[in-house]
Design a protein around this ligand. Structure first.
Ligand code: C5P
Length: 416
């Protein structure tokens, strides 16, 4: 199974940007409705107040009690009930974002012509919050011209379509496009819709992450223990804040974060070339990758036999990506680097900040809860002006938000 999206890990506590926000989750009648319970639970655990609205056909698949159980809030279903006559207006006004998941072909048809024949459809007309529509249906229904045209109409009305994904459909229906996006991906889209005022909006951000691998022979390599988590968390958080993100990742088992472009590389040389290809109009470069500092000088063309074990392997330095891409970066591109030091951390980090032309360096403390292969990190942020800020032990997702806050303060507004 793919690992969860950064920022939506099971057990995640209240987090920016979901915490304290009102999410109106509309559920319509498709088999993917059972996954909407998970979605409601994940959003609630991230600190959102989730108001669930079920259509009549959704109730054939999932019940109110399940949603009430995971959100702790009453569930809404009827539009014309004594005592609830104005629910559609009240709920529509309270919502910071409306997300319909799953959205059936029928719901899309109704929403595309502005019907208000049930509570959820009426809320769509009454809200001024961003609306996400997550289609889920059989692949034949999805590819029908009527559905395609309704999807286009919904986009023209300003609703954002999330998915559908490709994969296994309902029992016996094989695989195809039409499957609802997974709840952890939808959570990320909801997060992006909730981040409205960020200076990252509309900017290009390049993030490197993970280790690099340098071949000894076709089956062996030199690498390090980097998991890629910190870089993935940064890329996901920058995308949620509205950036257009290229994530350049060395080998890692992490699932690609929602929405952004992932470029998989293996060696430092490939990483350097990929950074060069994508940096030309970047506002920010975050070098979170743990680039191997050296590589075998002459990788063997075929597997080295055990009985020919070399006594030593000659090494050479790999290219320094930050230094060698300095000329490719546009002027004003903010540069964030990382340093993992075992001694004289601050002095060494400061030297790197200056010699590699960074605006901010994140000094990683190694230890059982920090550094490589952990979910948490303890870091010190050092900037060009000589300021040092030691952060407490935090999840890597929270560290990512703090780093982005610091970058954002250094970014001019787009129209400045
Ligand atoms: O010198 P050191 O490897 O500790 O520098 C760390 C910073 O430099 C990190 O941001 C890392 O991604 C970057 N780096 C690089 N090219 C290398 C090695 C490190 O850009 N070959």
């Amino acid at each position: 199974m793919a690992s969860p999206q950064p920022g939506a890990a099971p057990g995640a506590g209240p987090r920016r940007p979901w915490t304290g926000k009102h999410v109106l989750l509309g559920v319509t009648g498709g088999i993917a409705a059972y996954k909407a319970v998970q979605l409601a639970r994940d959003l609630t655990r991230l600190g959102a107040e989730v108001d669930v609205v079920l259509t009549r056909s959704a109730r054939a698949f999932v019940g109110e009690v399940s949603f009430e159980g995971v959100t702790g809030r009453p569930v809404h279903a009827e539009i014309l009930e004594p005592g609830h006559a104005l629910d559609h207006i009240r709920l529509a006004r309270a919502a910071d974002v409306v997300c319909v998941a799953p959205a059936t072909a029928d719901f899309m048809a109704r929403a595309s012509i502005g019907r208000s024949d049930d509570l959820l459809a009426a809320i769509l007309l009454a809200t001024r919050a961003p609306v996400l529509i997550c289609p889920a249906m059989n692949d034949l229904m999805w590819s029908h011209a009527a559905t395609r045209s309704n999807a286009e109409k919904l986009s023209r009305l300003g609703y954002q379509l999330v998915g559908p994904a490709e994969g296994p459909l309902a029992y016996g229906e094989g695989s195809g496009p039409g499957r609802m996006e997974e709840p952890d991906v939808i959570v990320q889209h909801v997060g992006r819709a909730l981040e409205d005022e960020s200076r990252f909006r509309g900017r290009r951000v390049v993030v490197t992450a993970g280790p690099t691998r340098e071949a000894v022979d076709p089956v062996r390599f030199l690498s390090n223990r980097s998991s890629g988590r910190m870089g993935f968390a940064l890329a996901a958080a920058a995308w949620r804040r509205g950036a257009d993100v290229d994530l350049i990742a060395g080998p890692t088992v992490l699932a690609p974060p929602a929405g952004l472009r992932v470029h998989r590389v293996e060696t430092a040389e490939q990483m350097k070339r990929t950074v060069q290809r994508h940096i030309a109009d970047a506002a920010v470069l975050v070098m979170a990758a743990a680039v191997a500092d050296f590589r075998p000088r002459d990788a063997a063309a075929s597997k080295i036999k055990k009985d020919a074990t070399p006594e030593s392997i000659a090494l050479e330095a790999v290219p320094d990506i930050l230094k060698e891409t300095a000329g490719d970066r546009p002027s004003g591109c903010l540069v964030v680097g990382f340093a993992l030091e075992t001694e004289d951390g601050e002095a060494n980090a400061r030297r790197k900040l200056e010699s590699k032309g960074m605006d901010l360096i994140v000094l990683n403390k190694t230890g059982p809860e920090s550094g490589f292969e952990t979910e948490t990190n303890r870091v010190v942020l050092l900037d060009r002006e000589g300021k040092a800020e030691a952060l407490p032990l935090l999840s890597k997702d929270e560290v990512a938000e703090r780093i982005l806050d610091r970058i954002e303060r250094r970014m001019p507004f787009l129209d400045e």
